[in-house]
Design a protein around this ligand. Structure first.
Ligand code: FEO
Length: 395
């Protein structure tokens, strides 16, 4: 580990993981990631978060070569997910007298993550601490990105440590946003895949920090944001704010192997347009996940066009249905429909998924084998009209 000075008395002491291509077996990382840990202080010290467990040995040996570990008085745990707490057990073994600062949920999780009790002063008990002449003020920021999460504001240096929020899976040893390669798309992907399900909590956290004078944002992944941090705050605000849809917004997402489900969906959309609603029809081959998530998040009503293939929902549509849990839904009702050739199970499987997502399902009564007739398309138009009426009821 090679420390990087951020300002006098504040150093980055994290780990670089540039060759990582899938984070947590889940998310693509074009340029790997970093696990950002920070060291605050000059005579006595606070460690802010740790690094993934596979880097523990290098992390602890680097830290012990840098400072007398007996002078570490505090360990701040913003969030207990193992990419940040993976080296915490090894650190605590070496600094048994340091006080751990974290939230109550964090303390609860840590017990089962480390499989040992951890003494901690929770932020309800210690709202701020002093390390030499530096003041660390703790700010709860739940669900960014676990219920345990908090921020820390370093008052004298106007640095905000934000853990996952404002993070990026992007490894560049130059570390500062004004020095590294362009990472804007990676920052947006990170928001989209990690932070987006907690949209409301993002806005709540931004409200809490709105009066802070922030000179530098130090997240737990990727570049340190010292160039116009307010721009990143505004970017998060924009990403977390719903689009402006003056009329009820209904989204139809479909796949269609032979065009039949597509024709049914178009007919449903025609029926909806008889009412004063905005209708957005998305063909899954023409939209990426970010577009689908944004549409789902904004939708007042959701309809899925799902053909049956080999007695099931086809994999691309299962993927779309899986995205329902990656956004904060506000839709009043949802439906699934589709053409089939043999048995037609996909619609009921998709409906069950919608129910599992606590959506009210408007059941589509029509079962049409293979090619829809003009009569069945007319039934689709009628269903679209009824669905739109349900969405607009009480508006
Ligand atoms: Fe980077 Fe939620 O952990």
């Amino acid at each position: 580990m090679t420390p990087i000075e951020i300002v006098p008395g504040v150093r980055w002491i994290g780990a670089m993981h540039p060759d990582l291509r899938i984070f947590d077996d889940l998310l693509p990382t074009r340029r790997g990631t970093t696990y950002n840990s920070y060291l605050v202080g000059e005579e006595e010290f606070a460690v802010v978060d740790t690094v993934k467990g596979i880097f523990a040995e290098d992390y602890i040996s680097g830290l012990s070569g840098m400072v007398d570990l007996n002078r570490i008085k505090a360990v701040v745990v913003h969030h207990t997910e193992p990419d940040h707490s993976g080296s915490l057990g090894a650190l605590l073994d070496r600094v048994p007298k340091a006080t751990v600062h974290m939230t109550k949920p964090g303390r609860l999780y840590l017990k089962d993550l480390l499989n040992r009790p951890v003494e901690a002063c929770t932020i309800d008990e210690c709202t701020e601490i002093s390390i030499g002449d530096k003041t660390l003020r703790f700010i709860p920021a739940p669900f960014l990105h676990w219920p345990d999460t908090m921020f820390t504001y370093l008052v004298e240096d106007r640095i905000l440590f934000t853990c996952d929020a404002f993070g990026t899976h992007f490894s560049d040893e130059r570390m500062f946003d004004d020095l590294v390669d362009d990472f804007e798309a990676d920052l947006e992907l990170y928001y989209d895949t990690i932070v987006r399900p907690f949209r409301g909590h993002v806005l709540a956290a931004l409200e809490k920090i709105k009066d802070l004078d922030v000179r530098i944002i130090c997240p737990s992944h990727g570049p340190i944001l010292r160039t116009d941090p307010a721009r990143y705050v505004e970017k998060y605000r924009k990403l977390a704010t719903l689009d402006d849809h003056p009329r009820p917004y209904i989204v139809l997402i479909y796949m269609t192997a032979h065009g039949n489900t597509g024709r049914m969906v178009q007919a449903v959309a025609e029926g909806m347009q008889q009412l004063d609603v905005e209708v957005d029809v998305l063909h899954i081959t023409e939209v990426d996940d970010a577009r689908v998530r944004r549409a789902m998040e904004n939708a007042d009503g959701l309809v899925f066009g799902v053909p049956t293939m080999v007695r099931d929902v086809p994999p691309p549509m299962w993927h779309v249905l899986s995205l329902l849990s990656t956004v904060q839904l506000r839709a009043k009702c949802a439906a699934a429909l589709g053409s089939y050739g043999w048995s037609g199970e996909a619609r009921t499987f998709a409906e069950q998924r919608l129910k599992d997502m606590r959506l009210k399902v408007c059941e589509f009564g029509l079962r049409k084998k293979f090619t829809p007739t003009e009569e069945s398309l007319q039934e689709c138009r009628k269903f679209g009209e009824d669905f739109a009426a349900e969405v607009t009821a009480g508006e």
